[in-house]
Design a protein around this ligand. Structure first.
Ligand SMILES: [Cu+2]
Length: 338
């Protein structure tokens, strides 16, 4: 049998990637996303019917033109004129009805989102968009149970999540297509959004408003899990970083505190408490580094710290000069921050 042509394989790959579930508005996994997908399909179906009707009317007019072959095309035809008037009026009325139905459907869908957020078992999270990473703060009624992390949001399934969306520098946009629509993070004007995840899974999101050089490398993961697993994750994240137990890791912490790192990052349980860069207390528990650019591993951490500007040009983390030993110790320390 002949192998399929490479062009065919590439083309089908290009078409089929649209169907993968990690980041697709058509793969709705919660009631907000389901409503948005329903609206999408309704608009698409109605517009497709209208488009087909227009095309058929046009073809009909071309094929069955009453003036084709007439000796005098300008002669008046009152019956045909009347027919055209009625058709136009009907089309105008149908347009108005469709627009009103579309508007009402959008309004009702949007209103139902807010209602879900009014329930009291809602999970409150403040999301701050930075160039080019996401700061994620869990807000609890008990302030000592507030929690800061970055680029990876864990949520329990079945409970509404209310996000407060804050822009730290420029406008970003929060978009996790399988869970909800887009909402901008505008400096000086906080926005809100509510969504629910029905099924456990890892949903990818992406900044959806051009925000500078590394806009395309500003993604995030939303990990929806069973409520008891979410609570376990939260308890683990609330803990301070474990003290290094071996000499390599102690040396790593020492490097972290002597070099510029502590000026930007926080590691709870150590002296590092700056908050202008991702909190690193449990950095190794995350699946990716630098907003989805590298998968988490000791090698990736070392590569990132060696030269962030090489991996994410323009990022707000500078290159810090380190000897090979310092880098090794630092990588060992960081990968232990689980
Ligand atoms: Cu962006």
């Amino acid at each position: 049998m002949r192998a399929p042509s490479p062009i065919l394989v590439l083309m089908s790959a290009a078409i089929l990637t649209g169907c993968t579930a990690t980041q697709s508005a058509l793969d709705a996994q919660g009631f907000v996303a389901v409503r948005v997908a329903q609206l999408f399909w309704m608009f698409t179906a109605v517009c497709a019917v209208v488009w087909l009707l227009v095309v058929f009317a046009m073809l009909y007019a071309i094929v069955r033109s009453p003036v084709a072959g007439e000796a005098d095309p300008l002669v008046l035809r009152p019956r045909a004129e009347r027919g055209a008037q009625i058709t136009t009026a009907l089309a105008a009325a149908a347009t108005v009805v469709i627009l009103v139905v579309f508007t009402a459907a959008s309004y009702l869908a949007t209103r139902s989102f807010g209602a879900a957020g009014a329930r009291d078992e809602v999970v409150r999270i403040k999301v701050t968009g930075h160039q080019w990473w996401w700061e994620i703060q869990y807000q609890d009624a008990q302030p000592d149970r507030n929690l800061v992390t970055a680029n990876e949001m864990h949520i329990p399934i079945g409970r509404p999540v209310r996000l407060q969306l804050v822009g730290a520098d420029v406008i970003h946009s929060f978009w996790v297509p399988s869970l909800a629509g887009k909402q901008d993070l505008v400096p000086g004007r906080d926005n809100e959004m509510v969504f629910v995840a029905d099924r456990t899974g890892v949903y990818r999101g992406q900044c959806a408003e051009f925000c500078g050089l590394q806009h395309a490398h500003m993604s995030m993961l939303v990990i929806a899990e069973e409520p008891h697993r979410f609570e376990a994750w939260r308890e683990a994240q609330l803990k301070s970083a474990e003290e290094p137990r071996d000499s390599e890791r102690s040396q790593g912490l020492d490097v972290f505190s002597r070099k510029a790192c502590f000026a930007c990052h926080a590691i709870r349980g150590t002296k590092a408490a700056a908050s202008i860069a991702p909190d690193l207390t449990h950095v190794a528990s995350r699946r990716t580094i630098a907003a989805g650019v590298l998968p988490m591993s000791r090698g990736s951490l070392a590569a990132w710290v060696t030269d962030p500007q090489q991996i994410k040009p323009g990022t707000n983390m500078p290159r810090v000069d380190l000897s090979a030993d310092e880098l090794n110790a630092l990588a060992a320390y960081l990968v232990g921050l689980e």
